[in-house]
Design a protein around this ligand. Structure first.
Ligand SMILES: Cc1cc2nc3c(=O)[nH]c(=O)nc-3n(C[C@H](O)[C@H](O)[C@H](O)COP(=O)(O)OP(=O)(O)OC[C@H]3O[C@@H](n4cnc5c(N)ncnc54)[C@H](O)[C@@H]3O)c2cc1C
Length: 384
Protein backbone atom coordinates (compact mmCIF):
# COMPACT_ATOMS: atom_id res chain seq x y z
CA UNK A 1 0.00 0.00 0.00
CA UNK A 2 2.76 2.36 1.02
CA UNK A 3 4.60 1.56 -2.22
CA UNK A 4 1.48 2.22 -4.28
CA UNK A 5 0.96 5.53 -2.51
CA UNK A 6 4.56 6.47 -3.18
CA UNK A 7 4.21 5.53 -6.84
CA UNK A 8 1.00 7.52 -7.11
CA UNK A 9 2.69 10.51 -5.51
CA UNK A 10 5.63 10.23 -7.90
CA UNK A 11 3.27 10.09 -10.88
CA UNK A 12 1.44 13.17 -9.57
CA UNK A 13 4.75 15.00 -9.13
CA UNK A 14 5.73 14.22 -12.73
CA UNK A 15 2.30 15.35 -13.93
CA UNK A 16 2.41 18.63 -12.00
CA UNK A 17 5.95 19.44 -13.09
CA UNK A 18 4.97 18.76 -16.73
CA UNK A 19 2.04 21.20 -16.46
CA UNK A 20 4.20 23.73 -14.56
CA UNK A 21 6.89 23.57 -17.24
CA UNK A 22 4.31 23.95 -20.00
CA UNK A 23 2.65 26.92 -18.27
CA UNK A 24 5.98 28.67 -17.74
CA UNK A 25 7.28 28.00 -21.23
CA UNK A 26 4.12 28.39 -23.32
CA UNK A 27 1.57 30.42 -21.33
CA UNK A 28 3.69 32.96 -19.41
CA UNK A 29 5.06 34.63 -22.57
CA UNK A 30 1.53 35.26 -23.92
CA UNK A 31 -0.36 35.82 -20.65
CA UNK A 32 -0.43 39.62 -21.00
CA UNK A 33 -1.52 39.43 -24.64
CA UNK A 34 -4.35 37.01 -23.74
CA UNK A 35 -5.63 39.74 -21.41
CA UNK A 36 -5.12 42.53 -23.96
CA UNK A 37 -6.57 40.67 -26.96
CA UNK A 38 -9.34 38.88 -25.04
CA UNK A 39 -8.29 35.63 -26.68
CA UNK A 40 -6.16 32.58 -26.02
CA UNK A 41 -4.04 31.97 -29.15
CA UNK A 42 -5.52 29.09 -31.15
CA UNK A 43 -2.17 27.27 -31.50
CA UNK A 44 -1.85 27.28 -27.69
CA UNK A 45 -5.41 25.92 -27.35
CA UNK A 46 -4.57 23.16 -29.83
CA UNK A 47 -1.42 22.20 -27.95
CA UNK A 48 -3.31 21.94 -24.66
CA UNK A 49 -5.98 19.79 -26.32
CA UNK A 50 -3.32 17.50 -27.78
CA UNK A 51 -1.78 17.15 -24.32
CA UNK A 52 -5.13 15.85 -23.04
CA UNK A 53 -5.75 18.86 -20.81
CA UNK A 54 -9.46 19.04 -21.73
CA UNK A 55 -10.27 15.56 -20.40
CA UNK A 56 -7.99 14.95 -17.42
CA UNK A 57 -10.51 13.48 -14.92
CA UNK A 58 -12.49 11.29 -17.32
CA UNK A 59 -11.80 7.61 -18.11
CA UNK A 60 -9.81 6.73 -21.21
CA UNK A 61 -12.85 4.74 -22.36
CA UNK A 62 -14.57 8.10 -22.99
CA UNK A 63 -11.62 9.94 -24.48
CA UNK A 64 -10.22 11.25 -21.19
CA UNK A 65 -6.70 11.01 -19.82
CA UNK A 66 -7.95 8.83 -16.95
CA UNK A 67 -5.87 10.74 -14.39
CA UNK A 68 -8.79 11.53 -12.08
CA UNK A 69 -9.97 14.64 -10.24
CA UNK A 70 -6.91 15.11 -8.04
CA UNK A 71 -4.71 15.45 -11.12
CA UNK A 72 -7.24 17.81 -12.65
CA UNK A 73 -7.09 20.13 -9.60
CA UNK A 74 -3.29 19.98 -9.61
CA UNK A 75 -3.35 21.03 -13.27
CA UNK A 76 -5.74 23.93 -12.60
CA UNK A 77 -3.54 25.19 -9.77
CA UNK A 78 -0.41 25.06 -11.93
CA UNK A 79 -2.11 26.87 -14.84
CA UNK A 80 -3.56 29.53 -12.54
CA UNK A 81 -0.13 30.32 -11.09
CA UNK A 82 0.54 31.97 -14.44
CA UNK A 83 -2.81 33.07 -15.86
CA UNK A 84 -6.54 32.93 -15.02
CA UNK A 85 -8.47 32.63 -18.32
CA UNK A 86 -7.19 29.20 -19.35
CA UNK A 87 -8.24 27.44 -16.13
CA UNK A 88 -11.62 29.22 -16.42
CA UNK A 89 -12.09 27.88 -19.97
CA UNK A 90 -10.96 24.36 -19.08
CA UNK A 91 -12.88 24.52 -15.78
CA UNK A 92 -16.29 25.28 -17.33
CA UNK A 93 -15.62 22.79 -20.14
CA UNK A 94 -14.59 19.99 -17.77
CA UNK A 95 -16.20 20.30 -14.36
CA UNK A 96 -19.67 21.46 -15.33
CA UNK A 97 -20.25 20.89 -19.09
CA UNK A 98 -18.52 17.55 -19.83
CA UNK A 99 -19.07 16.35 -16.27
CA UNK A 100 -22.88 16.64 -16.57
CA UNK A 101 -22.71 14.16 -19.44
CA UNK A 102 -20.36 11.95 -17.42
CA UNK A 103 -22.68 12.06 -14.38
CA UNK A 104 -26.09 11.82 -16.08
CA UNK A 105 -25.54 10.67 -19.67
CA UNK A 106 -26.26 7.30 -21.24
CA UNK A 107 -23.41 5.24 -22.63
CA UNK A 108 -24.44 6.35 -26.13
CA UNK A 109 -24.41 10.05 -25.12
CA UNK A 110 -21.01 9.59 -23.50
CA UNK A 111 -19.59 8.04 -26.66
CA UNK A 112 -21.15 10.66 -28.91
CA UNK A 113 -20.44 13.80 -26.84
CA UNK A 114 -18.19 13.17 -23.83
CA UNK A 115 -15.53 11.45 -25.93
CA UNK A 116 -14.92 14.37 -28.33
CA UNK A 117 -15.25 16.82 -25.42
CA UNK A 118 -12.64 14.98 -23.35
CA UNK A 119 -10.36 14.67 -26.37
CA UNK A 120 -10.64 18.42 -26.87
CA UNK A 121 -12.24 18.06 -30.31
CA UNK A 122 -15.39 19.75 -28.95
CA UNK A 123 -15.63 22.65 -26.52
CA UNK A 124 -18.39 22.50 -23.91
CA UNK A 125 -20.62 25.14 -22.28
CA UNK A 126 -22.96 24.81 -19.31
CA UNK A 127 -26.02 27.02 -19.70
CA UNK A 128 -27.94 27.40 -16.45
CA UNK A 129 -27.87 31.11 -15.46
CA UNK A 130 -30.51 33.49 -16.81
CA UNK A 131 -31.06 37.23 -16.46
CA UNK A 132 -33.68 36.62 -13.76
CA UNK A 133 -32.09 33.51 -12.23
CA UNK A 134 -28.51 33.70 -10.96
CA UNK A 135 -28.13 32.67 -7.34
CA UNK A 136 -31.72 31.46 -7.48
CA UNK A 137 -30.89 29.01 -10.26
CA UNK A 138 -34.09 27.02 -9.73
CA UNK A 139 -36.02 30.10 -10.85
CA UNK A 140 -35.09 29.69 -14.53
CA UNK A 141 -37.71 30.60 -17.11
CA UNK A 142 -36.33 28.80 -20.17
CA UNK A 143 -39.00 26.28 -21.09
CA UNK A 144 -38.90 22.98 -22.94
CA UNK A 145 -42.18 21.60 -24.19
CA UNK A 146 -42.82 18.14 -25.50
CA UNK A 147 -43.76 17.81 -29.18
CA UNK A 148 -44.08 14.24 -30.47
CA UNK A 149 -40.76 12.52 -29.83
CA UNK A 150 -38.85 15.76 -29.42
CA UNK A 151 -38.69 18.89 -27.26
CA UNK A 152 -38.88 22.55 -28.20
CA UNK A 153 -36.75 24.88 -26.08
CA UNK A 154 -37.37 28.63 -25.68
CA UNK A 155 -35.55 31.09 -23.46
CA UNK A 156 -32.34 32.95 -22.93
CA UNK A 157 -29.25 32.31 -20.86
CA UNK A 158 -26.58 34.77 -19.74
CA UNK A 159 -22.96 34.72 -18.53
CA UNK A 160 -22.24 31.43 -20.29
CA UNK A 161 -18.51 30.61 -20.33
CA UNK A 162 -17.15 29.32 -23.67
CA UNK A 163 -20.52 29.86 -25.42
CA UNK A 164 -19.29 31.77 -28.51
CA UNK A 165 -16.88 28.93 -29.40
CA UNK A 166 -18.77 25.98 -27.92
CA UNK A 167 -19.71 22.89 -29.91
CA UNK A 168 -21.96 21.41 -27.22
CA UNK A 169 -24.27 23.21 -24.79
CA UNK A 170 -25.80 21.67 -21.68
CA UNK A 171 -29.05 23.62 -21.49
CA UNK A 172 -31.26 23.62 -18.41
CA UNK A 173 -34.97 24.24 -18.96
CA UNK A 174 -38.26 23.96 -17.09
CA UNK A 175 -40.27 20.98 -18.17
CA UNK A 176 -42.89 21.15 -15.43
CA UNK A 177 -44.16 24.61 -14.54
CA UNK A 178 -45.80 23.33 -11.36
CA UNK A 179 -42.55 22.01 -9.97
CA UNK A 180 -39.27 23.75 -9.11
CA UNK A 181 -35.82 22.34 -8.36
CA UNK A 182 -37.35 18.96 -7.57
CA UNK A 183 -38.97 17.43 -10.62
CA UNK A 184 -39.32 20.58 -12.73
CA UNK A 185 -35.98 21.08 -14.49
CA UNK A 186 -34.47 19.00 -17.31
CA UNK A 187 -31.07 19.19 -19.01
CA UNK A 188 -30.67 18.89 -22.78
CA UNK A 189 -27.63 18.44 -24.99
CA UNK A 190 -27.83 21.08 -27.71
CA UNK A 191 -25.34 21.09 -30.56
CA UNK A 192 -23.79 24.18 -32.10
CA UNK A 193 -25.64 25.00 -35.30
CA UNK A 194 -29.03 23.80 -34.01
CA UNK A 195 -31.73 25.87 -35.69
CA UNK A 196 -32.87 28.66 -33.34
CA UNK A 197 -29.71 28.58 -31.18
CA UNK A 198 -27.72 31.82 -31.28
CA UNK A 199 -25.08 33.71 -29.33
CA UNK A 200 -26.13 37.07 -27.92
CA UNK A 201 -24.18 39.80 -26.17
CA UNK A 202 -20.56 38.94 -25.41
CA UNK A 203 -19.53 40.38 -22.04
CA UNK A 204 -16.59 42.75 -21.57
CA UNK A 205 -15.10 41.81 -18.24
CA UNK A 206 -12.78 43.00 -15.45
CA UNK A 207 -10.65 39.86 -15.69
CA UNK A 208 -10.31 36.38 -17.22
CA UNK A 209 -10.62 38.26 -20.49
CA UNK A 210 -9.31 35.38 -22.58
CA UNK A 211 -12.35 33.36 -21.50
CA UNK A 212 -15.47 34.13 -23.54
CA UNK A 213 -18.71 34.84 -21.65
CA UNK A 214 -21.96 35.47 -23.49
CA UNK A 215 -25.74 35.26 -23.70
CA UNK A 216 -27.23 32.22 -25.40
CA UNK A 217 -30.61 32.55 -27.08
CA UNK A 218 -32.89 29.59 -27.67
CA UNK A 219 -35.70 30.35 -30.09
CA UNK A 220 -37.80 27.26 -30.79
CA UNK A 221 -34.76 24.97 -30.67
CA UNK A 222 -35.94 21.44 -31.40
CA UNK A 223 -34.04 18.54 -29.87
CA UNK A 224 -34.93 14.85 -30.07
CA UNK A 225 -35.64 12.74 -26.99
CA UNK A 226 -32.18 11.24 -27.32
CA UNK A 227 -30.72 14.64 -26.26
CA UNK A 228 -32.39 14.59 -22.84
CA UNK A 229 -29.65 14.22 -20.25
CA UNK A 230 -30.59 11.90 -17.39
CA UNK A 231 -34.14 11.78 -16.02
CA UNK A 232 -36.76 14.29 -17.12
CA UNK A 233 -37.27 16.78 -14.26
CA UNK A 234 -34.16 15.74 -12.32
CA UNK A 235 -31.52 18.04 -13.77
CA UNK A 236 -31.22 20.47 -10.88
CA UNK A 237 -29.77 17.60 -8.92
CA UNK A 238 -27.17 17.01 -11.65
CA UNK A 239 -26.28 20.72 -11.72
CA UNK A 240 -25.70 20.73 -7.96
CA UNK A 241 -23.70 17.52 -8.22
CA UNK A 242 -21.29 18.76 -10.92
CA UNK A 243 -20.89 22.11 -9.17
CA UNK A 244 -19.31 20.22 -6.29
CA UNK A 245 -16.42 19.42 -8.64
CA UNK A 246 -16.66 22.95 -10.02
CA UNK A 247 -16.25 24.54 -6.60
CA UNK A 248 -13.05 22.65 -5.91
CA UNK A 249 -11.84 23.76 -9.33
CA UNK A 250 -12.49 27.40 -8.38
CA UNK A 251 -10.63 26.80 -5.11
CA UNK A 252 -7.66 25.35 -7.03
CA UNK A 253 -7.81 28.30 -9.44
CA UNK A 254 -7.79 30.73 -6.51
CA UNK A 255 -4.92 28.88 -4.86
CA UNK A 256 -2.87 28.96 -8.07
CA UNK A 257 -3.37 32.68 -8.66
CA UNK A 258 -2.53 33.42 -5.02
CA UNK A 259 0.57 31.21 -5.02
CA UNK A 260 1.81 32.65 -8.31
CA UNK A 261 1.49 36.22 -6.98
CA UNK A 262 3.01 35.30 -3.64
CA UNK A 263 6.07 33.68 -5.27
CA UNK A 264 6.59 36.82 -7.37
CA UNK A 265 6.26 39.03 -4.27
CA UNK A 266 8.88 36.97 -2.39
CA UNK A 267 11.35 37.20 -5.30
CA UNK A 268 10.71 40.92 -5.70
CA UNK A 269 11.07 41.62 -1.96
CA UNK A 270 14.53 40.02 -2.00
CA UNK A 271 15.63 42.06 -5.02
CA UNK A 272 14.11 45.49 -4.35
CA UNK A 273 16.40 47.82 -2.44
CA UNK A 274 15.20 50.81 -0.40
CA UNK A 275 16.96 52.66 2.40
CA UNK A 276 20.09 50.81 1.32
CA UNK A 277 18.61 47.38 2.08
CA UNK A 278 16.41 44.79 0.43
CA UNK A 279 12.77 45.42 1.39
CA UNK A 280 12.64 41.75 2.54
CA UNK A 281 14.70 42.84 5.55
CA UNK A 282 11.89 45.12 6.83
CA UNK A 283 9.73 43.51 9.46
CA UNK A 284 6.51 44.92 8.00
CA UNK A 285 7.25 43.20 4.67
CA UNK A 286 8.22 40.00 6.51
CA UNK A 287 4.88 40.10 8.36
CA UNK A 288 3.02 40.42 5.07
CA UNK A 289 4.92 37.44 3.65
CA UNK A 290 4.25 35.43 6.82
CA UNK A 291 0.51 36.27 6.81
CA UNK A 292 0.23 35.31 3.16
CA UNK A 293 2.08 32.04 3.73
CA UNK A 294 -0.26 31.18 6.61
CA UNK A 295 -3.32 31.74 4.43
CA UNK A 296 -1.84 29.76 1.55
CA UNK A 297 -1.21 26.87 3.91
CA UNK A 298 -4.81 27.09 5.17
CA UNK A 299 -6.22 27.03 1.61
CA UNK A 300 -3.95 24.14 0.59
CA UNK A 301 -4.87 22.13 3.68
CA UNK A 302 -8.59 22.70 3.19
CA UNK A 303 -8.39 21.73 -0.46
CA UNK A 304 -6.34 18.63 0.31
CA UNK A 305 -8.73 17.43 3.01
CA UNK A 306 -11.76 18.05 0.77
CA UNK A 307 -10.14 16.12 -2.10
CA UNK A 308 -9.49 13.27 0.34
CA UNK A 309 -13.17 13.18 1.31
CA UNK A 310 -14.08 13.08 -2.38
CA UNK A 311 -11.60 10.28 -3.04
CA UNK A 312 -12.97 8.30 -0.09
CA UNK A 313 -16.46 8.57 -1.60
CA UNK A 314 -17.69 10.63 1.36
CA UNK A 315 -19.99 13.68 1.11
CA UNK A 316 -18.08 16.94 0.66
CA UNK A 317 -20.82 19.48 0.02
CA UNK A 318 -20.09 21.40 3.23
CA UNK A 319 -16.30 21.29 2.82
CA UNK A 320 -16.57 22.19 -0.89
CA UNK A 321 -18.52 25.35 -0.06
CA UNK A 322 -16.10 26.23 2.75
CA UNK A 323 -13.00 25.88 0.59
CA UNK A 324 -14.60 27.63 -2.41
CA UNK A 325 -15.56 30.68 -0.35
CA UNK A 326 -12.38 30.72 1.76
CA UNK A 327 -9.94 30.20 -1.11
CA UNK A 328 -11.54 32.78 -3.39
CA UNK A 329 -11.73 35.45 -0.67
CA UNK A 330 -8.28 34.86 0.77
CA UNK A 331 -6.72 34.63 -2.69
CA UNK A 332 -8.01 38.11 -3.46
CA UNK A 333 -6.43 39.36 -0.23
CA UNK A 334 -3.12 37.57 -0.91
CA UNK A 335 -2.84 38.89 -4.46
CA UNK A 336 -3.73 42.40 -3.27
CA UNK A 337 -1.04 42.23 -0.60
CA UNK A 338 1.48 40.84 -3.11
CA UNK A 339 0.72 43.88 -5.26
CA UNK A 340 1.48 46.06 -2.24
CA UNK A 341 4.92 44.45 -1.93
CA UNK A 342 5.60 45.58 -5.50
CA UNK A 343 4.69 49.19 -4.60
CA UNK A 344 3.90 51.39 -7.59
CA UNK A 345 5.27 48.81 -10.01
CA UNK A 346 2.59 46.34 -8.92
CA UNK A 347 -0.06 48.80 -10.05
CA UNK A 348 1.32 48.92 -13.57
CA UNK A 349 0.81 46.51 -16.41
CA UNK A 350 4.56 45.89 -16.54
CA UNK A 351 4.04 43.20 -13.90
CA UNK A 352 1.41 40.42 -13.94
CA UNK A 353 0.04 41.08 -10.43
CA UNK A 354 -2.67 43.57 -11.41
CA UNK A 355 -3.94 41.10 -14.04
CA UNK A 356 -3.93 38.27 -11.52
CA UNK A 357 -5.94 40.40 -9.10
CA UNK A 358 -8.50 41.06 -11.86
CA UNK A 359 -8.52 37.39 -12.90
CA UNK A 360 -9.07 36.27 -9.30
CA UNK A 361 -12.03 38.51 -8.49
CA UNK A 362 -14.61 36.43 -10.37
CA UNK A 363 -13.87 33.40 -8.21
CA UNK A 364 -15.99 34.95 -5.45
CA UNK A 365 -18.91 35.19 -7.86
CA UNK A 366 -19.32 32.27 -10.24
CA UNK A 367 -20.39 28.74 -9.30
CA UNK A 368 -22.23 30.20 -6.33
CA UNK A 369 -21.26 33.54 -4.77
CA UNK A 370 -19.53 33.76 -1.39
CA UNK A 371 -22.90 34.69 0.11
CA UNK A 372 -24.55 31.58 -1.34
CA UNK A 373 -21.67 29.40 -0.06
CA UNK A 374 -22.35 30.78 3.43
CA UNK A 375 -26.02 29.81 3.05
CA UNK A 376 -24.96 26.26 2.12
CA UNK A 377 -22.50 26.11 5.03
CA UNK A 378 -25.07 27.34 7.57
CA UNK A 379 -27.71 24.94 6.22
CA UNK A 380 -25.32 21.99 6.60
CA UNK A 381 -24.35 23.13 10.11
CA UNK A 382 -27.93 23.50 11.33
CA UNK A 383 -28.91 20.20 9.75
CA UNK A 384 -26.26 18.76 12.03
C1 LIG B 1 -17.37 35.47 -15.80
C2 LIG B 1 -18.58 34.66 -15.46
C3 LIG B 1 -18.74 33.39 -16.00
C4 LIG B 1 -19.88 32.64 -15.70
N1 LIG B 1 -20.05 31.41 -16.29
C5 LIG B 1 -21.24 30.75 -16.15
C6 LIG B 1 -21.50 29.54 -16.88
O1 LIG B 1 -20.64 29.04 -17.62
N2 LIG B 1 -22.72 28.96 -16.77
C7 LIG B 1 -23.70 29.48 -15.96
O2 LIG B 1 -24.80 28.91 -15.92
N3 LIG B 1 -23.48 30.62 -15.24
C8 LIG B 1 -22.28 31.26 -15.32
N4 LIG B 1 -22.04 32.44 -14.61
C9 LIG B 1 -23.10 32.98 -13.77
C10 LIG B 1 -22.77 32.93 -12.28
O3 LIG B 1 -22.87 31.63 -11.79
C11 LIG B 1 -23.74 33.94 -11.59
O4 LIG B 1 -23.30 35.23 -11.96
C12 LIG B 1 -23.76 33.79 -10.09
O5 LIG B 1 -24.36 32.56 -9.73
C13 LIG B 1 -24.52 34.94 -9.40
O6 LIG B 1 -25.72 35.21 -10.01
P1 LIG B 1 -26.09 36.73 -10.41
O7 LIG B 1 -24.93 37.26 -11.16
O8 LIG B 1 -27.41 36.72 -11.09
O9 LIG B 1 -26.16 37.50 -9.05
P2 LIG B 1 -27.45 37.59 -8.04
O10 LIG B 1 -27.98 36.22 -7.78
O11 LIG B 1 -28.41 38.60 -8.58
O12 LIG B 1 -26.76 38.13 -6.74
C14 LIG B 1 -26.47 39.51 -6.52
C15 LIG B 1 -25.90 39.65 -5.10
O13 LIG B 1 -26.90 39.23 -4.15
C16 LIG B 1 -26.39 38.18 -3.35
N5 LIG B 1 -27.48 37.26 -3.05
C17 LIG B 1 -28.35 36.66 -3.89
N6 LIG B 1 -29.19 35.88 -3.23
C18 LIG B 1 -28.86 35.96 -1.92
C19 LIG B 1 -29.37 35.39 -0.72
N7 LIG B 1 -30.39 34.54 -0.72
N8 LIG B 1 -28.78 35.74 0.46
C20 LIG B 1 -27.74 36.59 0.49
N9 LIG B 1 -27.20 37.17 -0.61
C21 LIG B 1 -27.77 36.86 -1.80
C22 LIG B 1 -25.30 37.53 -4.18
O14 LIG B 1 -24.37 36.81 -3.39
C23 LIG B 1 -24.69 38.74 -4.86
O15 LIG B 1 -23.79 39.36 -3.99
C24 LIG B 1 -20.87 33.17 -14.85
C25 LIG B 1 -20.68 34.44 -14.28
C26 LIG B 1 -19.57 35.18 -14.57
C27 LIG B 1 -19.42 36.55 -13.97
Amino acid sequence: MAVLEKEAQEEMDIFSSTIRGFAQEKIAPVAASIDENHKVPSDLMEEMKEMGMFGVPFPEEYGGSGFGWRAYYVMVEELAKIEGSIPAIIGAHTTIASNTIFVAGTDEQKRKYLTPLAQGRYLGAFALTEPGAGSDAAGIRTVATRDGDSWIINGSKCFITNAPSADVFIVFAKTDMEKGARGGITAFIVEKGAEGLSIGKVERKLGIRGSETSDVILDNVRVPDSQVLGEVGEAFKYAMRVMQNGRLSIAAQSLGLAKGSFEMAVTYAKERQQFGKSIASFQTIQNKIAEMKMELFAIESMLESTIRLMEAGKPFNLEGSIVKAYASEKADAIINESLQVFGGYGYTMDFPIERMLRDSRVNRIYEGTSEIQRMVIAKEVFRG
